[in-house]
Write a protein that binds this ligand. Structure first.
Ligand SMILES: *Cc1c(COP(=O)(O)O)cnc(C)c1O
Length: 262
């Protein structure tokens, strides 16, 4: 990967897209009477090249920064990226670490895709947060990998919000969440951080995220530190913010349409 320059047109495009997403977040937070500083934006970079991660990590603030206070300067660029395929993520992060170690070091990596048990050892090496833990076998595999690496990992429990015949394709059933939470909380190198969900296709995001918010508050009664709620993507982030999301996973609105999976 060639090290991308600051004047690269792709960087300007990413900066514009990012500014538009930040404006949407600010408006949704104002409407919900929430502090935008409490909402973490994760740029979902799956299938985009390592150069895009470098651009995002180095992005200057979209607004003229001449008089920006130090606190603002510290928040320039993107600090959180999301990946969903182990092979794609492992390859590009290794490439980035060689070509642009400062950019790699500046990024926290969120694994947001379905986790296959045989990929756990690889994912545990680079993921700081795993959003999609949904079954006891996966908790056991992850606990073992984190322990071997002596590497703490934040874990979110993915909740299946599908109903009826569509249920069961990803995420834990709400009824199974308590046992799963206890298993994560009992593992030495795993931290139970909260819940995650994807709004079912074709359903009202407000209804889905309202349900998730209720499920989250019941989990919080037993696990008061599990404060994160990962919800909201390019098309429904406003609804997620209205229902208390602390982490947004936004791909298309920042990076454009995804390249075909490699
Ligand atoms: C790809 C993906 C996203 C980002 O989706 P966009 O619609 O492109 O914003 C968010 N969450 C998960 C789990 C994903 O796989």
């Amino acid at each position: 990967m060639p090290i991308p320059g600051a004047e690269h047109p792709r960087r300007a495009q990413l900066a514009r897209n990012l500014a538009a997403v930040h404006a949407r977040i600010a408006a949704a937070c104002a409407a919900a009477d929430r502090d935008p500083a409490q909402v973490c934006l994760i740029a979902v970079t799956k299938f985009f090249p390592a150069t895009d991660l470098a651009h995002l990590a180095h992005l200057a603030p979209a607004a003229p920064a001449a008089h920006a206070p130090a606190a603002h300067a510290a928040r320039r660029g993107v600090a959180h990226v999301g990946e969903s395929r182990d092979r794609d993520a492992a390859t590009k992060l290794a490439e980035l670490a060689v070509q642009d170690p400062a950019a790699r070091a500046a990024l926290r990596v969120h694994f947001v895709g379905q986790v296959q048990t045989n990929k756990v050892a690889s994912i545990a090496r680079y993921a700081d947060v795993i959003h999609s833990v949904d079954r006891p076998r996966l908790v056991a595999a992850l606990a073992g990998a984190a322990q071997r690496l002596q590497r703490p990992i934040d874990v979110l429990l993915q909740v299946d919000l599908e109903e009826g015949a569509a249920a069961g394709r990803g995420g834990a059933a709400p009824a199974d969440l308590g046992a799963l939470a206890d298993a994560v909380a009992g593992a030495a190198f795993l931290r139970l951080a909260g819940v995650m969900a994807v709004a079912p296709l074709g359903s009202e995001p407000d209804r889905a995220f309202g349900r998730l918010q209720g499920i989250h508050s019941r989990l919080l009664a037993d696990h008061p530190d599990a404060r994160w709620m990962s919800a909201g993507m390019s098309t429904d982030l406003e609804s997620a913010i209205a229902h208390g999301a602390t982490h947004l996973r936004v791909g298309t609105a920042i990076l454009g349409s995804r390249p075909v999976a490699r």
